[in-house]
Ligand binder design. Structure first.
Ligand SMILES: [Zn+2]
Ligand SMILES: [Zn+2]
Length: 75
């Protein structure tokens, strides 16, 4: 039984955290590894790390919550 390639130089390929994912991001639809999952503390939606955003106050939320934050006066 032929063994898999030891190490293939990753070029023009998706990052490793997107290549072997079983979880589907609810934000962008990409597949990602469970370990790389990000859970939004406000809506508890699970997304990939690429769909998380940081608010000016430092709170990290999903894209939806970031947009739904409302027009707050700049701090
Ligand atoms: Zn995503
Ligand atoms: Zn959210």
């Amino acid at each position: 039984m032929p063994r898999a390639r030891a190490k293939a130089p990753a070029s023009d390929a998706a990052p490793w955290w997107l290549t072997d994912g079983d979880e589907e991001c609810l934000g962008c639809g990409q597949l990602y590894i469970y370990e790389m999952e990000f859970r939004c503390p406000e809506c508890e939606m699970t997304t990939c790390i690429h769909c998380r955003r940081r608010r000016p106050d430092g709170r990290v939320v999903c894209v939806s919550c970031l947009d739904a934050g409302g027009p707050g006066d700049g701090g």
